[in-house]
Design a protein around this ligand. Sequence first.
Ligand code: GRF
Length: 232
Amino acid sequence: MKGSLMLRFAVFASGNGSNLQAIIDAVGKGAIKADLVLVFSDNHKAFALKRAGAARVKTLCLERKDYTSPQSYDRDILIYLKEAKVDFIVLAGYMRLLTPFFIKEYADRILNIHPSLLPAFKGIQAIKDTLTYGAKVAGVTVHFADDKMDHGPIILQQAFKVSEKETLESLEARVHKLEHKLYPKAIALFVDGRLKITGRRVKVLEKPYKPAARPAASEPDVRENAGPIEAQ
Ligand code: GRF
C-alpha cells in the first residue's frame, strides 16, 4: 500500500493449515492488504509450518509441555508477538483456548473460523456433529475470539444445504472449500477497517470505520479498530 504502513498479522495453526494457505494466497494476490509476519504453532509437526516455510513466512513453534501453565505459555507467545510488532491475530485451526490475559492484550483483534453455523455445534467435531444431528443446513462462521470457546461476535457466516447423500467426507470438503473463500474475505474487511463491533453485533460498513494510526511502538493492546495506517 503506497504511502502507508500495512497492518502486521500472525496466523496461529496447529495442523494442516489449509486455511493458512488460503490466507497466504490472498495476501499474495493483494486481496488482503496486510503483512503476514509470523505463523505460530503449538505443534512442531503441523503441516502449516511447512506451508509457511514454503511461502517464506517466519515461523515460531512453542510446545505447551515446556511450560508450567497456560498463562506462562501465553505470556511467552505475547513476547514474540510484540517483538514481531503483530497488530492482529488470525486463528486458523489453532487447537488451544487462549487465556483471558492473552485475549485482553489483543481485544477485538483476534479472528477465528469455525466449521459450523455458530452457536450450533461448537467444539472440535463440528462437521461430524452437524451431520450426525441431521441438520439440513451446514456452514461456516468467522468471528472475533473472546475467552469462551467458539463464542465471540460474528463477522461473517454462510450456510448451504446438506444433501441427502452427504457423507462426512463430502461435507468436510464442502465446508473447507467455503472456509477458504470466507476467511480471506473476513480478514480483508477487518484490515480495511470495515468492521464495527457493538456488543455482540458486528456491522460491515461500506466505508472504513475510523482508520487508526498504529502507535509508534506498535503495542498491540491499545487499538480500538483496524484499518489502513497512514504514514506519519
Ligand atoms: C478448520 O475447519 C477450521 O474451521 C477449524 O479447524 C480447521 C482447520 O483446518 N477451526 P486447516 O488446518 O486450516 O486445514
